[in-house]
Design a protein around this ligand. Structure first.
Ligand code: AMP
Length: 419
C-alpha cells in the first residue's frame, strides 16, 4: 500500500442486501475496525439499527436504535447521523474524516474488478441486475444514497465477481450455443471474490511468499459455499457459475445437478422458472436432504442417529473432496489449501474429512492442530505435509477497504501521469 500509514485513512464499507445492509468504518493506518453495524428489516415497522463501536482495542460498546427505516435512504441517513455523533456511537467528527466509501457489489460482469464509481459503472451495475436481482439494485441504491449523504466522498465499487475475471475462456464458457450465451451474458462469473482474494493473500503471507507466486485452493464454506483455484495469486477457476447456485452442496442450495432434472420436473410437476428457482436456491442442499440448513444442526441430528442428516453430511464432504481433487490438475502444483467461512472456520470434522486419505496428493492434516474452532489464522497440516493447510477467518470488509484505497491510489497515479 502506498498510503502513508501515519495519516488516518478511514474507509466506510457498505455491504447491502435487499432489505438490510451491513457497514463498517475501518482505520486503514492500522487496518483496525472502529465500528460496525447492521440495519435490518428495512421497509417494515420493526426495522432496527444495531451498532457496535470499539473505542479501545478490547472494549465493545453496543447501541440499538429501533425506528421505522422505510427505505435504504432512511436507514443510511440514520447510520450517518450515528457515525457523526460521539454520544450515540460515532467514530468520525465530519465527512472529511472519511477517505472514501467502499461498496460490495454482487455482479460487475467480466469488465470490472474494483473501480471508482461513475455513471458508466452505475449503468453496468444496472445492466447486470437481471442476473443479480436481489443484490445489484440494492447495491446501486447504496451507492446513490451515499452520493447524496456524503457528496464530497468518492465511492468505490468492489465486485464479488471481480477476483474471478482472470479465469481463462475455457473455464468460464458454458458449452451452449455461443450466440445465446452472448445475448444473455451467460458465462461463469464466480462469487465470494473478495473472500477468496483476502484469504489467498493472507495464505501467501503465512507461506512467506509474494501473493503472485503461490498456487492455492481456497474453500469458502458458509451459508453459501464456493471453492477457487488460485494460480500465482489469480483465480483460474471457481465452483460458482452464472449465479451462486452452481458447485458445492450448500445450506439451502443444490449446487451442481444434472440440468435435465429441471426439464424433467417441468414436465412432471409443471414447475415454472420461479418454482425451480425457489426449489434449487431455498429448499435444496442440506435443508432439502435432511431438513436442516445449519451445519451445527446437521451434525447434531446425525449424532442423534438421523440417517438423512448423515447422508447430507457425507454428500457435503464428498462434493468438497471432488472439487479439491479436481483443482490439482487445474493448478499443476498446489502450495496450500485454505478453509474459511462459518463452516470452514468452525467445523473441524468437515476440514478433517475433506483432507482425509489424501496422502497421494501430499495433504496431511495434524488432527491436534485441526481440533476446535479457529478464530485466528493458523496452519493445520503436519510439518511433513507438502501441501500446507490453513484456516483463515475471512474479512470481506477489510478486503473491500483495501481495494477502495488501491483504486484511489491508482486513480491519483493516473491523474498525475496525465497532468
Ligand atoms: P457464514 O455464511 O460464513 O456466516 O456461515 C454460516 C454457517 O456457518 C451456518 O449456517 C452454519 O452452517 C455454519 N457454522 C457456524 N458455526 C458453526 C459451528 N460451530 N460448527 C459447524 N458449523 C457452523
Amino acid at each position: 500500500m502506498t498510503h502513508d500509514t501515519n495519516h488516518a485513512h478511514k474507509v466506510l464499507v457498505i455491504n447491502g442486501g435487499s432489505s438490510s445492509f451491513k457497514y463498517q468504518v475501518l482505520d486503514m493506518g492500522s487496518e483496525r475496525r472502529l465500528c460496525q453495524g447492521l440495519v435490518e428489516r428495512i421497509g417494515s415497522p420493526d426495522s432496527v439499527l444495531t451498532h457496535k463501536r470499539w473505542p479501545g482495542t478490547e472494549r465493545e460498546e453496543k447501541f440499538v436504535y429501533k425506528d421505522d427505516y422505510s427505505n435504504h435512504n432512511a436507514g443510511m441517513r440514520a447510520v450517518a447521523s450515528v457515525l457523526l455523533d460521539p454520544a450515540r456511537g460515532g467514530v468520525i467528527d465530519s465527512a472529511a474524516d472519511l477517505t472514501a466509501v467502499g461498496h460490495r457489489v454482487l455482479l460487475g460482469g467480466p469488465e470490472y474488478t474494483e473501480v471508482l464509481v461513475n455513471d458508466r459503472v452505475k449503468d453496468v451495475i444496472r445492466e447486470y441486475s437481471p442476473l443479480g436481482p436481489l443484490h445489484n439494485p440494492a447495491n446501486l441504491t447504496g451507492i446513490e444514497v451515499m452520493e447524496e449523504i456524503f457528496p464530497s466522498l468518492p465511492n468505490v465499487a468492489v465486485f464479488d465477481t471481480g477476483f474471478h475475471t482472470t479465469m481463462p475462456d475455457y473455464a468460464y464458457t458454458y458449452a451452449i450455443p455461443r450466440q445465446l450465451a452472448a445475448k444473455y451474458r451467460i458465462r461463469r462469473y464466480g462469487f465470494h471474490g473478495t473472500s477468496h482474494r483476502y484469504i489467498s493473500h493472507e495464505a501467501a503471507k503465512l507461506l512467506g511468499r509474494p501473493a503472485d507466486q503461490v498456487n492455492l485452493i481456497t474453500c469458502h464454506l458458509g451459508n453459501g459455499c464456493s471453492i477457487c483455484a488460485v494460480r500465482q495469486g489469480r483465480s483460474v477457476d471457481t465452483s460458482m457459475g452464472l449465479t451462486p447456485l452452481e458447485g458445492l452442496v450448500m445450506g439451502t442450495r443444490s449446487g451442481s445437478i444434472d440440468p435435465a432434472i429441471l426439464t424433467y420436473l417441468m414436465q412432471r410437476e409443471h414447475y415454472s422458472g420461479t418454482d425451480l428457482n425457489t426449489l434449487l436456491n431455498k429448499q435444496s442442499g442440506l435443508r432439502g436432504l435432511c431438513g436442516h440448513n445449519d451445519m451445527r444442526d446437521v451434525e447434531a441430528a446425525r449424532d442423534a442417529g438421523d440417517e438423512n442428516a448423515a447422508l447430507a453430511m457425507n454428500m457435503f464432504v464428498y462434493s468438497l473432496r471432488k472439487y479439491i481433487g479436481s483443482y490439482f490438475p487445474v493448478l499443476g502444483r498446489v502450495d496450500g489449501i485454505v478453509f474459511t467461512g462459518g463452516i470452514g472456520e468452525n467445523a473441524p470434522e468437515v476440514r478433517s474429512r475433506a483432507c482425509a486419505d489424501m496422502d497421494a496428493l501430499g495433504i496431511r492434516l495434524d488432527e491436534d492442530l485441526n481440533a476446535g474452532r479457529v478464530s485466528q489464522a493458523k496452519k493445520i497440516s503436519t510439518a511433513d505435509s507438502s501441501v500446507q493447510v490453513f484456516v483463515i477467518p475471512t474479512d470481506e470488509e477489510l478486503e473491500i477497504a483495501r481495494a477502495t484505497l488501491r483504486v484511489l491510489d491508482q486513480a491519483s497515479a493516473s491523474q498525475k501521469a496525465h497532468a
